[in-house]
Design a protein around this ligand. Structure first.
Ligand code: ADE
Length: 240
């Protein structure tokens, strides 16, 4: 079993080098849970100058990514057409905001293709012609899709059965149930005058669970009331 295959199309594959060699990701690759491939689509830039970008029609600053090399690279990895089990994603600030629910869906795929942009953006024919899902990691602009692709890869990895030491870890993450997670404490019991809440030292699992649920609810209410509104909408929409 080769695990979940993720092809990342990028002009800067070197950015991912350290990323794949560290920690949980490396372990997941070594154990065959993940099959990560990085495709430098500059290799498909076969025009006169071998360039992947060009000046925008209509003028203006910056460069636009040419459609030809992207289409060629996507075809070369056999991802030009949508099909069952394959998720094809373009990382762009104009995409739908990434959510935990979206990552959960991705973790069920057989194969994922991530397309990372650079410069002013993609020629519109790339969006129109390839029909990738478009995903943003937030309402801000970074230099390219590579860091966003790393966010997606890590988010999916945490959800793969067997990727984390303790299978409960991912299930208890913030956002898994639509809200934020409860606070955590470890030794020492008192640190610089700050004590661990008594209930966590009580050994009473029922009380601990109740305290954690209350803390998580209070945190979500205080910091992210927007999440609560979303949860209510999902719940009320789902019971009709
Ligand atoms: N590329 C540049 N900014 C981005 C963002 N916010 N999300 C995804 N890809 C991007």
């Amino acid at each position: 079993m080769a695990g979940l295959r993720i092809d990342t199309l990028t002009l800067f594959p070197g950015i991912f080098q350290g990323f794949v060699q560290e920690s949980i990701l490396k372990r997941a690759i070594d154990r065959g849970l993940l099959d990560l491939r990085f495709v430098d689509w500059r290799e498909h830039a076969v025009n006169r100058h071998g360039s992947v970008d060009d000046a925008p029609y209509g003028g203006g600053p910056g460069m636009v990514l040419r459609p030809g090399p992207v289409f060629d690279a996507v075809e070369a990895i056999g991802a030009a057409e949508p099909r069952e089990g394959l998720r094809r994603i373009m990382l762009t600030p104009q995409g739908a905001p990434l959510t935990q629910a979206f990552l959960c869906g991705l973790a069920r795929a057989e194969r994922i293709v991530l397309l990372c942009g650079r410069y002013e953006g993609f020629d519109e024919r790339i969006r129109i012609g390839l029909g990738f899902e478009e995903v943003s990691i937030g309402d801000y602009v970074i230099n390219g899709g590579e860091v966003a692709a790393m966010v997606v890869i890590e988010g999916v990895l945490r959800l793969l059965p067997g990727a984390l030491g303790d299978p409960r870890a991912a299930a208890e993450d913030s956002f898994m149930c639509g809200g934020l997670e409860h606070p955590h404490y470890t030794r020492p019991p008192v640190f610089r005058g700050m004590a661990v809440p008594e209930v966590l030292l009580s050994g009473d699992h029922g009380k601990v669970a109740q305290w954690r649920a209350e803390q998580a609810a209070a945190r979500t209410r205080d910091r992210r009331s927007d999440l609560l509104a979303q949860l209510r909408e999902t719940r009320d929409g789902g019971t009709q």
